[in-house]
Design a binder for this molecule. Sequence first.
Ligand code: IPD
Ligand code: CA
Ligand code: CA
Length: 262
Amino acid sequence: MHHSALLNVMIAAARKAARSLKRDFGEVENLQVSLKGPANFVSAADRRAEETLYAELSKARPGYGFLGEEGGIREGDDKTHRWIVDPLDGTTNFLHGIPQFAISIGLEREGAIVAGLVYNPITEELFIAEKGKGAFLNDRRIRVAGRKNLSEAVLACGLAHLGHGDHPTVKRETGAMLGQVAGLRRFGAAALDLAFVAAGRFDGYWERSLSPWDLAAGIILVREAGGFVSDCDGGEAMLDKGEVAAGNETIRKEIVRVLKSA
Ligand code: IPD
Ligand code: CA
Ligand code: CA
């Protein structure tokens, strides 16, 4: 398949960072049995991956700004473009040898997300989208699922855990959703949750207490797959509020309705 120059840059950077993540993931499986566990090793792995992404992306597009989970904000001369990057989304999975994690790269132009990539180095599933050009999984066009009723829908969500998230809200909202859906999943990598919505695997997804790098790439994947994305109140402040509700327009609205009622 022919990709734009921009997507080629993003894909090349992701594949390079993926090689080191894949090696490190193999090592985690060995460290798993040690007493100290692989925690320190993993935080080095995602810093390494972010440096690779930064080096590759800024070589190809000098001047673009860069917001990464590990390194924070790096200003560029070009104030209209900014990469938003999570070098390893799904760290807890990675740390436990669970192959559900991804590199996530979004590109913002004048405040709007115009391209996104989510890549799982283990399954080698590559999700890409560019504004106005559709969303693709390994070069096959993807679409969000068409189901209109929550009663038939399988949704993904996030859960709070020790030291993270608003526990009472999560309990209320997941409690309210449980009785209304065909299935609720917690896979543990927000970027992949959104990519799976884009691919029609999940009918919808919502989560709070997220960061821009969890969301940027996935938002354009869902939109370019014909889906809709909002914050949990139905507004547009996903990145500012760090929350998301996604699906086809009917399911997204249903999610927001249930969250409001919770
Ligand atoms: C996390 C994952 C997870 C979500 C957390 C995120 P990380 O990102 O996306 O699914 O529930 O809130 O922080 O820390 O693995 O990059
Ligand atoms: Ca993340
Ligand atoms: Ca991360």
